[in-house]
Write a protein that binds this ligand. Structure first.
Ligand code: 5GP
Length: 132
């Protein structure tokens, strides 16, 4: 069975893509906590992040680092927070969220409503600031 995130990787479902290499894919969260909230996923379809093999685990973190630097260079914030929940989609994913304080990464908060143009522009700016 293919997860919604595998469908995004394959282009069957559209996304606001941030970065991609042979093993990983990053795209804007459709219900963001903050502008620039990004999901980073391994292409391999594994539900629980701690079931990933060691090489994928290491690579995922390095890929996250590169993506986070790109987000930070575009979105004004103190830091890029990193969280793993995985309660909704059964395909391992890391949330990268621009934060100025702990309240900015509270997942129980109402999400932002961005229009399509804002998503497109954010994705364009961030992706052009990522060096893989
Ligand atoms: P979690 O599994 O970590 O609890 O949450 C899954 C995250 O994926 C949520 O933040 C949700 O907004 C995001 N999400 C779910 N479906 C889609 C989708 O089709 N496209 C995008 N870009 N994000 C999604």
């Amino acid at each position: 069975m293919s997860t919604i995130f595998s469908k995004i990787i394959n282009g069957e479902i559209p996304s606001y893509k941030i970065a991609e290499d042979d093993r990983f894919f990053a795209f804007l969260d459709i219900n963001p906590l903050a502008k620039g909230h990004t999901l980073v996923i391994p292409k391999v379809e594994v539900d629980y992040i701690f079931d990933l093999d060691d090489e994928t685990t290491k690579g995922l973190f390095v890929f996250c680092k590169k993506v986070a630097k790109g987000i930070k260079s575009v979105v004004e914030c103190k830091k890029i927070g990193i969280t793993v929940l995985g309660l909704e989609v059964a395909h391992a994913h890391v949330h990268l969220v621009p934060i100025n304080g702990i309240y900015d990464i509270d997942f129980s908060k109402p999400k932002l409503k961005l229009d399509k143009e804002e998503f497109i522009e954010l994705a364009r700016e961030i992706s052009s600031n990522i060096k893989l």
